[in-house]
Design a protein around this ligand. Structure first.
Ligand SMILES: [Fe+2]
Ligand SMILES: [Fe+2]
Length: 266
């Protein structure tokens, strides 16, 4: 099967020593920059958490067979996610002034919990449904971040986020393709599985630092209908529902809490 990958070279997009011209920082305003730093301080590590998910899925603790196709996908996926980690590191350092040593130390100190999200790691089918849910969610989420934050800090920073959007979209599309090709006989279970994943995410109320369900840490930044749109996108890509309208999809990243000019990052 053909996997899709958005290919880009990090060094061509943003350099390791990138610094942001002061005019962009001034134009963005202090409020925007403070929120952006809080956002980057979270997202940088969530991207690095892909390694712990990969290690679990390819390690001795997994109790089920992993198909060659999904394994091939995971290798490509990890390469992208670790590139996202390095890309966001560069943006985070440039915007906030923290050092790479500090970021790497924080990353190394993280505790990754698998147990609470066991449900989504139980078999290949559920894993792929969760992956589609997570990656479509990330695609919409980075679109919002591009509009609210990344685009204000110069073309290099904006370009990083455009690649994040494309990569997460490609990951989601690959998850759909793998579901169709590897688990086509179980597509009628997708909707119910998505409901269970959403229930799990709501009941966790926190992010377990194993990549999946990281939107649990930022539910206030999304409109109440966010999950509904993600579910409809997935079902439509599987041929099980109509596509959500373009306007409805755009609302997921244009939405703001009442009285706010941006969705603040707690
Ligand atoms: Fe990513
Ligand atoms: Fe991704």
């Amino acid at each position: 099967m053909k996997l899709v990958q958005n290919s880009w070279n990090l060094g061509d997009v943003i350099s390791v020593n990138h610094s942001i011209p002061i005019k962009f920082i001034e134009a963005a305003g202090a409020d925007n920059t403070e929120n952006f730093i809080r956002l980057l301080a979270r997202d940088v590590y969530s991207e690095a958490d892909s390694q712990s998910l990969y290690d679990y899925l390819t390690g001795p603790d997994r109790q089920w067979g992993l198909s060659t196709e999904v394994f091939a996908f995971l290798r490509m996926w990890l390469e992208d996610e670790l590139k996202h980690y390095r890309a966001i590191q560069r943006v985070y350092r440039a915007v906030s002034g923290v050092s790479y040593e500090y970021i790497e130390q924080q990353e190394a100190d993280r505790v990754h919990e698998v147990e609470p999200i066991n449900f989504v790691l139980n078999n290949e089918f559920t894993f792929l449904v969760a992956l589609a849910f997570d990656e479509f969610g990330s695609t919409l989420s980075y679109r919002r971040d591009l509009q609210e934050y990344y685009r204000h800090y110069g073309p290099e920073v904006a370009s990083v986020c455009q690649h994040l959007v494309r990569d997460e979209g490609a990951h989601a599309q690959n998850a759909i393709q793998l579901l169709i090709e590897r688990h086509g006989h179980r597509l009628d279970e997708v909707e119910e599985t998505l409901s269970q994943i959403i229930e799990l995410e709501a009941s966790l109320g926190r992010y377990c630092k194993t990549f999946f369900l990281d939107h649990a840490q930022e539910q206030d930044r999304f409109p109440p209908f966010f999950n509904e749109v993600v579910v409809q996108i997935i079902l439509s890509r599987l041929g099980l529902a109509d596509k959500p309208s373009g306007a409805r999809v755009r609302e997921t990243w244009n939405w703001k809490p009442v009285g706010q000019h941006l969705t603040p990052v707690a």
